[in-house]
Design a protein around this ligand. Structure first.
Ligand SMILES: Nc1nc2c(ncn2[C@@H]2O[C@H](COP(=O)(O)OP(=O)(O)O)[C@@H](O)[C@H]2O)c(=O)[nH]1
Ligand SMILES: [Mg+2]
Length: 179
């Protein structure tokens, strides 16, 4: 049995925990706790360790999904997770442009530690004020569309949508392209 370790990272509230809960075959370990700091203004709970889920992808391949905690004070955890990962998806909420800078920070953190394939998953595209994918790409620093990772639109609450994002990530991984 081959195991692929995929990291689901992104800004606070982008949908990382939901993404993993929607697709996992096992009960997801719940590490969400009552938010105490700036996050509390936005969400009642936040992920303090990491989310873990599992998905049988093919008869001989299982996917292990690790969701990173969103707040930077947990970035030692990002470090542990990304160094072990085969690929990752960066989730960005399209309707929260004020978070794009933080998304760039996550990107550069990950890039410094792991040269592995990645894709961008844009969530909340159904919400008011959502930016178009090409504009989010620009805001994340991808000025040339030929040299940017694949961008998928994903709703973390919809199983089919999450499955498609995972397929895109695994395909990208199989092609062995690190962007
Ligand atoms: N409308 C909408 N809500 C979403 C989408 N993706 C995630 N959410 C919601 O966003 C909220 C935050 O998700 P959560 O998984 O806790 O984010 P995390 O901080 O990244 O773990 C939850 O209420 C989700 O149901 C999306 O594409 N559209
Ligand atoms: Mg979470």
């Amino acid at each position: 049995m081959e195991i692929m370790r995929l990291v689901v990272t992104g800004t606070v509230g982008a949908g990382k925990t939901t993404f993993i809960r929607t697709i996992s075959e096992i009960e997801v370990v719940d590490t969400d706790r009552t938010a105490t700091d700036e996050t509390a203004l936005m969400k009642r709970t936040t992920t303090v360790a990491f989310d873990f889920g599992r998905l049988q992808f093919a008869p001989d391949m299982a996917l292990h999904l690790y969701g990173t905690p969103g707040q930077s004070r947990f970035d030692f955890m990002w470090d542990i997770l990304i160094r072990k990962a085969h690929a990752y998806i960066l989730l960005v909420a399209a309707h929260r442009p004020q978070d794009f800078r933080y998304a760039r920070r996550i990107l550069s953190f990950m890039r410094q530690r792991a040269h592995i394939p990645m894709i961008i998953g844009m969530t909340h595209t159904d919400c008011e004020g959502a930016w178009a994918p090409e504009n989010v790409a620009l805001a994340l620093g991808y000025l040339d569309s030929k040299h940017q990772p694949p961008i998928v639109i994903v709703n973390a609450n919809e199983q089919g949508s999450v499955a498609q994002a995972i397929i895109a990530l695994v395909q990208h991984l199989m092609q062995g392209v690190a962007v």
